[in-house]
Design a protein around this ligand. Structure first.
Ligand code: ASP
Ligand code: MG
Length: 430
């Protein structure tokens, strides 16, 4: 049985978490062939903040932030391996390289500089984890994802070169029973320049590895026991889903369900590799499984919320109908600005779109539209998307609130509400 595991940042956030993860692998879970790990805890955010200080030429802030990242990692190395260790030296070496490179990268485009900086979090975490697993007798081989995941040079959102990646990963195949441990989130161009796959991209890395190895299953270990039919932090009575199909999981992640990265599913679906989501805190608890077959999650009502939405109402200035050509013009401007419409609703004289409120992307799109269209906007909205709901359930969820916009098809209903009218905690009607 060829298993691939993925451990997220929370599962390795400090020395105790790494010990716990080691115990899980040594005693409680079947040994995987390969593993992917994220950066420790909130390291990726800390590296983003470091980059910001570097780009602003704020040397004091930059030094302070670099020292904090360094201290965090060295403290874990010390707790696990004692005051002086080869691991600590290796971490220092990687951070020194990062520091040296900053000066060289200062005038490079932001996305390139981002990848060279932020991608290091996974190199640090996996160095610690590999050493710890070997220490406790789980034979582990550290592999550099930059030699395995080959991408184009679209920094911060790199596209996978599947042929090259499969070739590289296949060449890893080995006879002994070491666990291969590599980094999530990062890859490299064919020339070896580090790239990243987008925030929360480690799930996707694990799926790429599983696909290329033709694994029998991928398990993502999280701090929640599985997938729910609504975000349990927002819905008091969210229910865990035992099984659901790839197609349904894809729809739910597309509409904003957060537990797994949306790009994760396609490579698994291609080869029919089931994805298990399980809790590293309660490894015995029943997991959720996404696979080729239908499951209860394919019919159970499921809710997704998107906060901080903006509704744009776009009307042709000359009063003409919103025909295909005009729609294409509007959507092209959105695509160029990297904006995604979470809801689209067309009428004769206007097109309405709900988007995430991202002023830096919105301004160029609106400027480009100004000549032919007038645009009205409403801010501070919440988009509720519900799958497999009937009218009674939708109305009960709505609770008499004003509906600002709506879009519906046979399986999915979307309703936009004013944030001020929405509850802090929601309830799914039973
Ligand atoms: N460390 C990266 C992030 O926090 C990737 C991941 O965790 O999936 O976005
Ligand atoms: Mg993470």
């Amino acid at each position: 049985m060829l298993r691939v595991y993925k451990f997220g940042g929370a599962s390795i956030q400090d020395a105790n978490a790494i010990r716990h993860m080691g115990e899980l692998l040594a005693e409680k879970a079947p040994r995987p062939s390969a593993m992917v790990a994220s950066a420790m805890g909130k390291t990726t955010n800390a590296l983003e903040a470091l980059l910001q200080a570097a780009r602003q030429d704020d040397e004091t802030l930059y030094r302070r932030r670099l020292a904090a990242i360094c201290d965090d990692h060295l403290a874990v190395a010390e707790a696990l391996f004692g005051p002086e260790s080869a691991v600590a030296d290796e971490l220092k070496q990687r951070l020194a390289e990062l520091d040296n490179a900053h000066h060289a990268h200062r005038d490079t485009p932001f996305p390139f500089h981002y990848d060279q900086t932020v991608g290091i979090g996974e190199l640090l975490s996996t160095t610690l984890v590999a050493a710890w697993l070997n220490e406790i007798g789980v034979a582990t081989r550290w592999c550099d994802a930059r030699e395995l995941i080959i991408t184009d040079d679209r920094h911060q959102a790199a596209n996978i070169d599947w042929v090259a990646t499969r070739e590289r990963i296949a060449s890893l195949a080995q006879a002994n029973d070491e666990v291969l441990l590599t980094q999530g989130f990062i890859g490299a161009t064919a020339d070896g320049v580090m790239t990243t796959l987008g925030r929360e991209g480690s799930d996707f890395s694990a799926a790429i590895l599983a696909e290329a190895l033709d694994a029998d299953e991928l398990t993502i270990w999280k701090d929640v026991p599985g997938l729910f039919n609504a975000d349990p932090r927002r819905f008091t009575n969210a229910r865990q889903i035992a099984r659901l199909s790839f197609a349904e999981a894809l729809e739910q992640t597309w509409h904003g369900a957060k537990v797994i990265h949306p790009r994760t599913l396609a490579p698994l679906q291609r080869r029919g590799i089931p994805l298990t989501v399980r809790s590293f805190l309660e490894p015995e608890a029943a997991p959720s499984i996404i696979g080729p077959e239908l499951g209860e999650g394919d019919t159970l009502p499921a809710c997704m919320l998107r906060d901080d939405q903006l509704l744009l109402e776009v009307s042709p200035r000359d009063g003409s109908f919103v025909d295909e050509a005009l729609m294409a013009e509007v959507l092209t401007r959105f695509a160029e600005a990297g904006l995604h419409a979470n809801l689209i609703d067309v009428e004769a004289l206007r097109l309405r779109l709900a988007v995430n409120h991202q002023p830096e992307r919105l301004s160029p799109a609106l400027e480009a539209l100004e000549e032919h269209f007038s645009v009205a906007r409403q801010e501070d909205l919440v988009l509720l998307t519900v799958r497999h709901a009937d009218d009674a359930l939708l109305d009960a969820l709505e609770g008499g609130r004003t509906r600002v916009a709506e879009q519906r098809n046979a399986t999915t209903a979307q309703r936009l509400y004013r944030a001020a009218e929405c509850p802090d905690s929601w309830r799914l009607p039973e």
